[in-house]
Design a protein. Structure first.
Length: 430
């Protein structure tokens, strides 16, 4: 990939035009934000008028044993965090979705940390349950803890990374990205943090697209090392045919409007980002409506998803749009079918971004797939129904750990990748 910057006298008119357009966008957003007293009132009431069981969750401080930087082949620094022993025979890698970050797996990370460090925790924990603390995944956690206790040579490590342009990771050196870029980033993470041993990959939404693209690019890796997959709200293609709950007329014009919006975004990203933050309460209400199927979701959960959305830079937001709309990896499903990799496929019954028929198509294409449709769940079920997702995830991890041979005694798996630089106690660094 290369990115050419042009600078000439003829750019003056373009920059004036960009400034006018950007200012118009910013002014319009500010005007909308200033003129929507009712939405602001509704948003603030929804945030404060109820006892929220997740209000005290430290989303900004998920459990972490190691933090490091993986620099990709494109020169992008990816933020990578891990829990568990580096020498574990199985590495579970989590790839998040569009306009998200690794924090979208907060509750699953919390559940896995309780399994890997049981002495630090007492009782069944909450892990996203409401009420008495008996979350749906409590029994699964106890089962996995017991198995690891009885089999000291078994084990797993969980690795979470921010996709390029998201979270604490740097952006790709281009204005428009491809899913292949994400697959290459995932491959670089694997090479850096888990050069040996078995793998399980968990992909949410765009992270699932990364998994399919990597399967096409590296069939040898999948056949030799990938022991299990978990695809949450995933799609193998056909996103362009959806209207995402919007009027059909918007679907018809988005292709022609997209290049213009991308150009404006490239010229005035800071101005547009400021406008987005001005409309924060509106964004919160939109997140609640489209991100959650429950009519009365936790305000803290809505706020965390909305934070990830609005903190994704506008060039990243627009840079991935065409790649997502053009995504088509249906052909690789035929190849994956022959690998017979155990695959857990989860989708919400009210997911407007990757609907149930997309998950069903994947499940029908893969003979070793388990297909789960969650009731009253939208596109981010790991936040909306964390206990149920953690339970399913722990069950497949338990089965995968049990079928993964331990590393030979006396042999330590160490990453030799020069770009993986782990360090301890990350909270002291940030």
């Amino acid at each position: 990939m290369n990115h050419t910057q042009r600078s000439s006298g003829g750019d003056v008119g373009r920059w004036k035009k960009a400034g006018i357009i950007g200012a118009t966008v910013g002014a319009a957003a500010a005007a909308v934000a200033a003129g929507v007293a009712a939405p602001r009132y509704l948003a603030r009431r929804a945030r404060s008028d109820k006892a929220d069981p997740y209000a005290a969750e430290p989303f900004e401080f998920p459990p972490t044993d190691h933090v490091g930087i993986v620099t990709t082949r494109d020169g992008v620094d990816l933020n990578v965090e891990a829990i568990g022993d580096e020498d574990a025979p199985l590495t579970v890698i989590f790839a998040h979705g569009y306009c998200m970050e690794s924090g979208v797996f907060y509750f699953q990370r919390k559940a896995l940390n309780e399994v890997l460090h049981p002495s630090k925790h007492h009782g069944p924990g909450t892990n996203g349950s409401r009420g008495n603390g008996h979350s749906p995944d409590a029994a699964s956690r106890r089962n996995l803890i017991a198995y690891l206790h009885e089999h000291p040579n078994a084990g797993f490590r969980a690795v979470f990374y921010d996709q390029p342009g998201h979270g604490r990771s740097g952006a790709l050196p281009d204005t428009e990205y491809s899913i292949d870029d994400l697959a290459a980033a995932l491959e670089d993470v694997i090479e850096a943090v888990a050069p040996e041993g078995k793998l399980m990959i968990v992909g949410h939404s765009m992270g699932g697209m990364s998994v399919f693209a990597l399967a096409r690019r590296r069939p040898d890796l999948f056949k030799k090392r990938v022991a299990a997959l978990c695809l949450i709200s995933a799609s193998a293609g056909g996103i362009n045919e959806l209207n995402f709950g919007m009027p059909r007329v918007l679907k018809r014009v988005r292709r022609t409007a997209l290049p213009m919006v991308q150009r404006v975004t490239g010229w005035t990203p800071q101005l547009i980002d400021r406008a987005r933050h001005l409309a924060g309460d509106i964004a919160w209400l939109i997140t609640r409506k489209y991100g959650f199927a429950n009519d009365d979701p936790s305000p803290a959960l809505v706020s965390e998803v909305e934070r990830m959305n609005t903190h994704t830079p506008m060039p990243t937001v627009m840079g991935y749009v065409r790649a997502i709309l053009d995504h088509d990896e249906t052909a690789v499903l035929g190849t994956m079918r022959t690998w017979k990799i155990p695959t857990l496929i989860i989708v919400g019954d009210d997911d407007q971004f990757t609907p149930t028929e997309h998950a069903r198509f994947i499940a029908e294409s893969l003979p070793h797939a388990t297909h789960v449709v969650l009731a009253q769940a939208a596109h981010v079920p790991q936040m909306e129904h964390p206990g149920e997702i953690s339970q399913r995830l722990l069950e497949i991890i338990n089965k995968t750990v049990a079928s993964t041979p331990p590393l030979k005694r006396g042999r330590t798996r160490k990453s030799t990748h020069r770009l993986w630089t782990p360090f301890k106690n990350p909270k002291k660094e940030f």
